[in-house]
Design a protein around this ligand. Structure first.
Ligand code: FMN
Length: 381
């Protein structure tokens, strides 16, 4: 059997959180829901024990009470937040306004499906508890989408899980996992969301080891191998940006990087260059680097030696996570000539080990660097 990949990929990439485009007037028949549950039950479960239980809630009074609990558990806060953000045009506004719409109208959605699981997560790491319910709930969402219905993954009600259990008669020992408001979608065209490219979040054989162009094949360096390190910092991106965009700060923490000075600029901007002083295994060397990206407070990147065909490409990325920052430092080796590429050419039989060793050196220094920046930022100096 061959699948129509265009169709399946469209299903997988356009099953979105639908809130404002749920048809509040059109009935959702039970047989459609049963068929979607039947399909969802094909997903794996720990120990092959079928412990999922599905609650389909249609009673207007029960829905109204559930909607009250949803709002009390956080929905009211979302409604307030959406009002504050309205008109700002931010991506947060789009999600908040959509989530607020659902929170305000939950009782009007034709069906609320609560997916639950026999079992209580005890932190033991044993499979078979609620780890077995997530995949089924997502299959259910996909099956809905394939039939012209939509839903949104919601967990807000869990803040009032005990009251929800009392309202619905859910016994002790059952865990509620997700509440899926279900309706026919208004129109069926949905777009894929902007997501990170796999090459930036996929590691090969070792945590943090990336291949920028894994399809290129050929020599070990043709795929532009790299290393990524990440750290969460409880300080805003604006402050962390001040540290990462100061070319001398990373040198305080790295064993390899000794310091830097601007060549023809006073500070970071695209096109500016700096000389970096480095050392490796007691051998000093200097490089000229060219700023290729300077997008405060989100991204700061430079190419070493040659802006077009660099020996290495460095990048700091700052992502806002709540009140804090997820800081990523990434390096790509190549595609230009570098000490590593020369050594690999000279000793082709050891190329693999040379590359592995260089990556490990880079990873250790980068770990020191991001950890140092984290400590500095959080110390408030
Ligand atoms: C674990 C989890 C919990 C969520 N909880 C809620 C929720 O309580 N209310 C809500 O409106 N959306 C909730 N969402 C939906 C996300 O906000 C939604 O996935 C996000 O806005 C991105 O939209 P997209 O899925 O269409 O890309 C939740 C999603 C996940 C994965």
């Amino acid at each position: 059997m061959e699948f129509d990949l265009e169709q399946t990929d469209a299903l997988l990439s356009t099953t979105r959180a639908v809130r404002r485009r749920l048809d509040l007037e059109r009935e959702v028949p039970d047989d459609v829901l049963r068929r979607c549950i039947e399909l969802a039950e094909q997903t794996p479960s720990g120990g092959n024990i079928t412990s999922r239980r599905w609650l389909i809630i249609r009673d207007p009074e029960v829905k109204a009470r559930l909607a009250e609990l949803y709002r009390a558990a956080g929905g009211d806060g979302i409604i307030e937040r959406a009002e504050q953000l309205r008109g700002t045009g931010s991506s947060e506004e789009r999600v908040a306004v959509s989530a607020a719409h659902l929170a305000a109208n939950l009782e009007r959605v034709p069906v609320l499906v609560l997916v639950t699981m026999w079992g209580v997560h005890d932190g033991s790491g044993r499979p078979g508890l609620f780890d077995s319910v997530i995949q089924a709930s997502w299959s259910f969402s996909l099956a809905l989408r394939a039939r012209g219905l939509g839903s949104a993954w919601t967990t807000m009600h869990l803040g009032r899980a005990r009251e929800v259990a009392e309202l619905l008669g859910i016994p002790d020992g059952v865990t509620q996992v997700v509440l899926l408001p279900v309706g026919w979608t208004i129109g069926t065209d949905f777009k894929p969301a902007a997501r990170r490219s796999p090459s930036t979040i996929t590691w090969f054989d070792h945590w943090g080891y990336t291949e920028e162009h894994p399809d290129r094949g050929g020599s070990l360096l043709a795929s532009e191998p790299g290393v990524t390190v990440e750290v969460d910092i409880s300080i805003s991106p604006e402050r962390v940006w001040e540290l990462v965009s100061d070319i001398n700060i990373p040198s305080r923490f790295s064993n390899e990087f000794l310091g830097a000075e601007w060549v023809d600029a006073d500070g970071p901007c695209v096109g500016a260059s700096f000389i970096g002083r480095n050392q490796r295994e007691n051998r000093p060397w200097e490089t000229t680097s060219f700023i290729v990206e300077c997008d405060a407070p989100a991204a700061f990147a430079w190419n070493v030696s040659d802006p077009e065909r660099p020996s290495a490409q460095w990048r700091f990325e700052l992502e806002s996570i709540g009140e804090g920052t997820r800081l990523r430092q990434h390096v790509t080796i190549g595609p230009g000539v570098s000490g590593t590429s020369k050594a690999m050419e000279e000793h082709p039989d050891q190329a693999q080990q040379i590359l592995a060793r260089r990556r490990e050196q880079l990873r250790l220094n980068m770990e020191l660097t991001v950890q140092g920046i984290k400590d500095l930022a959080e110390s408030g100096i």
